[in-house]
Design a protein around this ligand. Structure first.
Ligand code: BTN
Length: 338
């Protein structure tokens, strides 16, 4: 479905609109208006009807419908296409299927609920319905496969910016891609790619954000480690408007990355990064314990281990003291002398 819904735009605000007026403005019959009103009601919009006055939009839908997201989404580079599913196994899986079939860059898949939400390192991602955001974006960057992890960091910046714009609690990024609020995990990013040895065909950036989940909506083993924007801020989050905000930020940051590389985004990433100056344990491939210096211009984590500075390009990173839920991912570690 393309962004926007002309009838909804006409109904914007609380005023009454006669069926005849709406039909004239949209160039359709009054019967067609009536059908569209019924369809919108079926999707959760509360629209009052009165014989004398016509129709009035009383309440917006509480769903992640493309028309709702469009109210706060202003894509420039992205296609603007949003594919909506009430339930899906995994938005990343569907996005990859659409990408294989030729869907353009910036096509977004959103779902109310996932039945097999995927997390990093083969973990699952708890995805209860109508509470949170599960979305995946198709990207077609001109990158070598080895550079693709940088896209995760770009998305993390967009995610932190959208959180900062929505609630008063400061978000923190834990390298590479966990978003923390009050030291608990509120969102994660799963980047998957389809590539030839030298060329990326497409990348799927999957983002899961706990928006309105309450403590009991998390599986028991996650309750002490996870949070949501609502739990952290004490207020209900407008899911569609958060989604539009996040996609707009991602569109802008991705455009910046395509023009200037990760070095352009690195300062913003550093400003949200919570590991700088902390002692961490890195596992996966090479083991090490050291102090994080920050990230380099390619997005690698720099960890000072004695006299050496280790350049960690992927790994399982945990704080040595407050272990909590602060776990990152890892694939390989490359070393260089300080
Ligand atoms: C993590 O383990 O931190 C990453 C979690 C990513 C979850 C999102 S939800 C939307 C998209 N679809 C999936 O199946 N996973 C990602």
């Amino acid at each position: 479905m393309r962004l926007g819904e002309p009838l909804l735009a006409e109904l914007e605000g609380q005023a009454w609109h006669s069926g005849a007026d709406l039909a004239r403005r949209l160039g359709v019959s009054r019967a067609a208006i009536w059908k569209r009103i019924s369809r919108l009601r079926g999707r959760g919009y509360r629209i009052e009807g009165s014989a004398g006055k016509g129709y009035r939009l009383v309440h917006l839908s509480n769903r992640l419908l493309p028309a709702e997201i469009a109210r706060s989404y202003a894509p420039r580079l992205f296609a603007g296409e949003i594919v909506y599913r009430e339930a899906i196994d995994s938005t990343n899986r569907l996005a990859a299927e659409l990408a294989r079939a030729g869907a353009p860059e910036g096509t977004v898949v959103v779902a109310e609920r996932q039945t097999a939400g995927r997390g990093r390192l083969g973990r699952s991602w708890a995805s209860p319905g109508f509470l949170n955001l599960y979305c995946s974006v198709i990207l077609r960057p001109a990158l070598a496969p080895a550079e693709v992890p940088q896209l995760t960091l770009v998305a993390a910046v967009a995610l932190a910016e959208a959180c900062a714009a929505t609630i008063d609690v400061a978000p923190a990024i834990k390298w590479p891609n966990d978003l923390l609020l009050q030291r608990r995990k509120a969102a994660g990013i799963l980047t998957e790619l389809d590539a030839e040895p030298e060329r990326v065909r497409f990348v799927i950036v999957g983002i899961g954000v706990n928006l309105n989940a309450g403590r009991d909506d998390f599986p028991p083993e996650l309750r002490s480690k996870a949070t949501s924007l609502a739990l952290a801020s004490g207020r209900t989050i407008d899911r569609a408007s958060f989604t539009g905000c996040l996609l707009t930020r991602l569109d802008r940051r991705y455009a910046e990355f395509c023009r200037g590389g990760f070095a352009k985004i690195a300062p913003a990433y550093e400003s949200y990064h919570c590991l700088a100056g902390r002692r961490v344990r890195v596992e996966g491939g090479v083991q090490l314990v050291g102090t994080v210096l920050g990230i380099d211009a390619s997005g690698a984590l720099l960890v000072k281990d004695g006299a050496r500075i280790e350049r960690v390009v992927a790994g399982e990173v945990t704080l040595t003291r407050s272990y909590r839920s602060l776990r990152g991912k890892a694939l390989a570690i490359s070393r260089r002398r300080a």
